[in-house]
Design a protein around this ligand. Sequence first.
Ligand code: F1P
Length: 568
Amino acid sequence: MMEQPITELSNPLSYNIDKASPKEIAEILYACDLEIFYGWNETKGVRDENVINKIEQLAHKISEVIENACGAVVISGCGTSGRIAFLTARTFNKYLKSKGGNECFHYIIAGDDRALFTSLELAEDDPVVGAYRLQQLCQNKTDVVYIGVTCGLSAPFVAGQLDYTLSHLDIYTPVLIGFNPVHQARNLKIEKWDKTFFQVVQELEKAENSSKAYILNPIIGPEPITGSSRMKSGTTTRILLEILSLKAIHRQLSISELISMYESACHSVYKYTDDLGSMIDLAGASLTSGGHVFYLGCDGFGLMAMIDASECPPTYGASFHDMRGFVDGGFSALLNNDGDLSSQGPQYKISIEDFERDIVPSLASSDLVVFLGEDILHKVSESIFSAPCKRVFVSCYWPNNVPTTTTRSFSLSLVLELDVAKLASLNSDPLKALITKLLEEVSLKWVVNNLSTGAHILKGKVCQNKMVDVKVSNNKLFHRAVGIVQNYSSLSVEECTTILLKSIYDTDSLTADQESASVVAHIEVASCKDMVVPTAIVIASLGCNVSEAKEMLKSQPVLRKLVCALVN
Ligand code: F1P
């Protein structure tokens, strides 16, 4: 049997997270997040010396590229990785512009900008489109640092781009960011392509040995919810990309000190596990009673929250209405590649005006509105404060800079004191302001990840630490789904694959065409259906037929209770 990559393993620290109290959920997430800084088993996480050395060298290369009028730093990825690429490019272009420099950061996301806030996982499986997008973007560039992010070392979209850069090493310096050892890179056939991800990584290692490429793959341990790379992996992606960019622009910064600042921010956030628990409790009560959670924020806070919300449908089988994010200014504040997408459907109505027009009139007592940062309180109209919903205020402040207490009433106010002593030693104000903003944003990422993960656990969407209602929406998730079904039965991979197909095609006897169809064909059918994996779990553990399984799911909609009962 193939070795499971670390990013797909179950984390022993979170094995019982489904039975934890809201406060204990926050404590477990803290313990898992600390592995980013302290490592997992024998590893050292982001403090791995080899990784730090490579960041040092790569930052040097990036600073050369930044100075070159025909240079570019292209960050690319799928899902959360592409969204964090977008945030990083946006932040550092703004910063360079403010210093009179070139806006040389670019991002690419599989599925293009529609994927910034909605999940379009099928686009992740296409290496040819990946390479084409990169080629298009870099047509007139002569010196490009290409950073492909794929937490599991698995996305075909990124494989196509890496492969392209490897055959144009005169222009490109390829970089791969991910969180598995290289021997665990995905070695499964990529549809309509002649290489596996693993084979591309082997080529990349050769280029790295002759100092023409970099592989940054600190081992940070498994995710608290198995495979949910939006969490620790997403945070670590942010930390690595930000440290690389900061160090490239400000050569005097120390990488170890920057890492310590992020670590201090992490400790600061989790000093508040009582409040985090209360917040999870409120959000869980909303989702469990059919209500919704709405995040509102300005700039990076709003974007961070929208990214958090966008991963709930594929991870927890949530509807896009369950959790949504809105940002002050909507698309006009985004600086995204494709401009205003608001006419493309309700998922793309992302401004505070959209929220006030479409959502506020129907806010109910079961709904929760989460205000992120003080600034947003000045951007919303008073009507939100008289709506019958619950309200949570989350913000950060720095020692000796206690916020003015707001006159509005909230069900919960979570004001985090960020205590990052090293920040005081920086002697440039714009740089200090930038790092302050980055630390606040990553802190709020920890907060919203706690909120959305905890709320879905309380809703019963997690059994042990498995996402048992994951959407089967790309090749990686298809295989993850088979693994989850297998976890709850004593059947073989082949048997569980057949059961998953029965659930996808809604039949007890698969036709020959269905059995022999490609994984892409299975995914196309599965991605528009609900409860595919839960139905397969019930069939696998009881040996019943599809309609019996669906009846059982109707009679016990709290998945965790049903699956626990089956397992016992
Ligand atoms: C990319 C990704 C994840 C998402 C889901 C599907 O993963 O879109 O961001 O949470 O697991 O895959 P990766 O290529 O960064 O490993």
